[in-house]
Design a protein around this ligand. Structure first.
Ligand SMILES: [Zn+2]
Length: 274
């Protein structure tokens, strides 16, 4: 019995020692490890990702959209006579038939469609316009390459290519093909697709308030030399509220913003964000 008791005592002693050492190890090692991580790491090694912004002259920098602006699907794509769509047959993946605001009933289903991403802002703008006293409708939204070709060829036949080029776009050069642009009209068709639309109270309201909904008046009267289009107070392009406001503050058209967009795009590429 004595031997057995001694044996048990030895076992208990060994167990206590193991537990003691284990506790001591964790109590001493763990805080030391934390201290080295928290206190000994030089601040300079902490990598803070650089925020990429779009800086337009005269406007506050805005957060860059992390996407390739050269793609027709980008909300910030520039489409004009100098920069046609990179994919000539582009059709937006989220093209949606507009049912929540009035559209011209005699237009094709395509022209009564726009990109889904635009629709909530479009609805808000039309609702607020109605509250302000104007009944608006969409004269034309999305236009496919084929539809634009049909329009342009008809205009050329009617008035020659030089004239047609001032008020219409060649296929592949129309913003309407992005599904982000639209022609807005009064349901009464007063000054329909006419410069006098800009003198109507509805035209004035749109020119003043469209940026609040992310739409820009794309071809202003004082920028025809830049846009290479006549003044079109009915044609609006969705770019989102941030860019719409920045363009407004900088007094630049989307065409004039192109080099700044390119700079931001380069930064995105350099930082491998896209
Ligand atoms: Zn248009």
């Amino acid at each position: 019995m004595k031997t057995r008791a001694r044996y048990l005592l030895s076992l208990i002693t060994i167990a206590c020692l193991i537990i003691g050492f284990t506790l001591a190890y964790f109590l001493t090692r763990q805080p030391a490890k934390t201290t080295s991580t928290e206190n000994n790491t030089p601040v300079s090694t902490v990598v803070v990702p650089e925020k990429i912004t779009l800086k337009l002259p005269g406007a506050s920098p805005i957060d860059a959209r992390v996407e390739d602006y050269s793609l027709p699907s980008s909300l910030w794509v520039v489409v004009n006579k100098d920069y046609p769509l990179s994919d000539q047959q582009y059709i937006p993946a989220d093209l949606t038939r507009i049912t929540t605001v009035p559209t011209r009933p005699d237009k094709t289903s395509d022209e009564r469609s726009m990109r889904q991403i635009v629709l909530p802002s479009l609805e808000s703008m039309f609702t607020d316009a109605k509250t302000a006293g104007f009944d608006l409708m969409i004269g034309s939204g999305f236009r496919s390459y084929t539809t634009q070709a049909m329009y342009f060829n008809n205009y050329v036949k009617a008035s020659g290519e030089a004239a047609a080029n001032l008020y219409s776009a060649k296929p592949g050069q129309s913003e309407h093909q992005t599904g982000l642009s639209l022609d807005i009209a009064l349901t009464t068709k007063e000054c329909y697709l006419d410069t006098c639309f800009g003198t109507t109270t509805a035209g004035k309201w749109l020119a003043e308030h469209s940026i609040d909904y992310g739409f820009i008046l794309r071809y202003p009267s004082d920028k025809t030399a830049v846009t290479k289009y006549q003044y079109e107070p009915w044609h609006f392009r969705y770019v989102g509220t941030d860019l719409a406001k920045a363009l407004h503050d900088s007094k630049l058209t989307l065409d004039e913003a192109y080099p700044y967009l390119q700079t931001t795009l380069e930064e995105l590429r350099n930082q491998k964000k896209i």
